[in-house]
Design a protein around this ligand. Structure first.
Ligand code: ATP
Ligand code: MG
Ligand code: MG
Length: 301
């Protein structure tokens, strides 16, 4: 097969591993810089141009679209879909998962376990917003935050109010969430590919840190999932419409709660924690599905 990886940087671990795995399995793999693609979107014969030439017809694309380039990146993926190219994650599913509020609303609709969550832009009654999610301790999150930055634990309602006021002053959209203390500063990353959890790891925050992000000094280790956790992760991927994703789960007294679903999950942490060749499993999934289903939406989403 001819496979394109849409990535800004061929040196990134995940990109390198996918190239390696693809070539080992006998495929031709190109890394295409998403942001350098350009196209005539009105042409009746859709194509993508790159470096002065039209790109060849690929059998499959693997989008690795960073959060900061979602808007342009999904347009490029959509163009590939219009050409009939299979994308492991379709553009609509990527956009859907990038919008945290939309994701939470969709998962809530399907009755999936979520931490009690409120969202607000400029509430007049902060006290009521807090009461709605059960009061302090609460976790307050900037909607646009990543890698644990902009995620704050407020132990008291007074602290929570001050933080919310500060964020309001910055005109930011915020999430206010019940604090799941029993998770113990850890979360579980489940890698779902083709409707199955193919690898999972536990991420534990550094001593005295409630955020488990590896970027914040957290450490990853192997974990056994309960059948309920497995089901929850698979269901979350299905609701989002993602064939490949990372589902982050908190272990609570009320069962697994979904924190978020990531459409471009990193491979480094999970491959080293589990010792699994996740990259090859992704390529093998593409081998099985690329010709069968082609693209579902053909860029119509
Ligand atoms: N409601 C909560 N209860 C307990 N711990 C939480 C809660 N929300 C977040 N955490 C901890 O904080 C960490 C960071 O939160 P979250 O994943 O929501 O933000 P982020 O990592 O900055 O976002 P992104 O993953 O999109 O980069 C989580 O991995 C988890 O360990
Ligand atoms: Mg997050
Ligand atoms: Mg996170």
């Amino acid at each position: 097969m001819k496979i394109a990886i849409l990535s800004r940087n061929p040196r990134l671990y995940s990109t390198r591993r996918l190239v390696e795995a693809g070539e080992q399995l006998g495929h031709e793999v190109d890394v295409i810089d998403t942001m350098h693609c350009y196209m005539d979107i009105t042409s009746s014969n859709p194509s993508v141009r790159y470096d002065g030439k039209p790109l060849p017809k690929y059998d499959a694309v693997i989008p690795r679209i960073g959060a900061s380039v979602t808007f342009y990146g999904t347009a490029v993926v959509r163009q590939f879909e219009m050409m009939g190219t299979y994308s492991i994650n379709e553009s609509v599913a990527i956009s859907r998962s990038r919008d945290k509020l939309r994701s939470l609303q969709l998962m809530s609709r399907k009755g999936l376990g979520l931490p009690k969550t409120g969202f607000a832009h400029h509430p007049d009654k902060i006290g009521d917003l807090l009461k709605n999610v059960g009061g302090a301790p609460v976790v307050i999150k900037l909607l646009e935050g990543t890698q644990g930055i902009g995620v704050v634990l407020a132990e008291s309602n007074k602290t929570a109010e001050s933080i919310i006021e500060a964020f309001m002053g910055l005109k930011a959209n915020i999430l206010v969430q019940e604090y799941i203390k029993e998770a113990g500063g850890a979360d579980i990353r489940c890698l779902v590919v083709g409707g199955k959890v193919i690898a999972a790891m536990k991420r534990q925050g550094a001593e005295g840190e409630f955020r488990s992000n590896l970027h914040r000094g957290g450490t990853a280790s192997l974990i056994r999932l309960s059948p309920e956790e497995r089901r929850t992760a698979v269901e979350a991927a299905k609701v989002m419409g993602l064939n490949m994703c990372g589902v982050d789960i908190l272990r609570s007294n009320n069962g697994p709660l979904i924190m978020e679903v990531n459409s471009s999950p990193g491979l480094e942490g999970i491959e080293s924690a589990t010792g699994k060749d996740v990259a090859s499993m992704i390529i093998k999934h593409i081998e099985k599905t690329a010709f069968l289903s082609s693209t579902k939406t053909k860029g119509k989403g």
